[in-house]
Unconditional design. Structure first.
Length: 249
């Protein structure tokens, strides 16, 4: 079984974000930031230049203890840890079929519900596997990415596309309610046929058919906000220093 080790991860820092390492712990720190500026404190194991090459693949297990500086709602922007294929530009344009297997948090300024019936903000376990032949061929066609991203900015098209995506992409999500300021044990067991998420020893989600091709590990905190109903990304003002701390077993 593959594992993720802190010593194998590199820092990715934007807008004053920083990573503080001490033994088997890493604290990802975000400074106060305006809504006109992007800031990110991140650990990952893949290059950001295109084409991106990913090395994490199932079977793989991630076990970390995590706490945050602020409770849910007061923690602004997005944060999380797990695996994805980094399918967006910073402006929110899609450059690849999205895939992820991760724990994800976003603040109330966002409205990001990928699965029907799920809340638009908060902490979730989430699996998305949009790497299907038809979608992949469309995005790889010459000019298709530019056209698709331009069309998705039209108001009516945004609403229709968001509803279609929730059913077509078959995301699986489970909300998680806990005190983010306390230490909690998170476990992700990613296998080719299923992904299992547990918090403090209790299973919160088991999803069949997760992504099976290599993805990149990421742990981060930033000041993004996003919506499945409004195409594109924007930023949230953060008035206090905030952080996510991870401790590896």
């Amino acid at each position: 079984m593959n594992t993720i080790r802190l010593e194998d991860l590199k820092d990715h820092l934007v807008g004053g974000g920083r990573v503080e390492r001490a033994g088997n712990r890493a604290r990802l720190v975000l400074p106060p930031t305006s809504s006109q500026t992007y800031a990110d404190a991140q650990l990952d194991n893949y290059p950001h230049a295109l084409p991106r090459v990913f090395i994490s693949h199932p079977p793989l297990r991630l076990c970390v203890r995590v706490r945050c500086s602020h409770p849910a709602g007061r923690l602004k922007g997005t944060a999380g840890f797990g695996f994805w294929n980094h399918p967006f530009t910073r402006g929110g344009d899609v450059i690849a079929p999205p895939q992820h297997v991760w724990f994800f948090y976003n603040s109330p300024e966002s409205d990001l519900a990928l699965a029907p019936g799920m809340p638009g903000w908060g902490l979730k376990a989430s699996v998305l596997n949009a790497s299907r032949p038809g979608i992949t061929r469309l995005l790889q066609a010459r000019g298709a990415q530019t056209l698709a991203n331009a069309v998705l900015r039209l108001p009516l098209v945004r609403e229709v596309a968001a509803g279609f995506a929730k059913h077509a992409l078959r995301a699986r999500e489970a909300p998680i309610s806990l005190d983010l300021t306390e230490w909690h044990a998170f476990e992700l067991d990613w296998r080719p046929d299923a992904a299992r998420f547990s918090v403090d020893g209790i299973e919160v989600l088991r999803a069949a058919h997760p992504p099976s091709e290599p993805l990149g590990f990421v742990a981060w905190i930033d000041n993004y906000r996003a919506s499945t109903r409004r195409h594109g990304f924007a930023f949230v003002e953060t008035t206090e220093v905030q952080w996510v701390e991870l401790e590896w077993e």
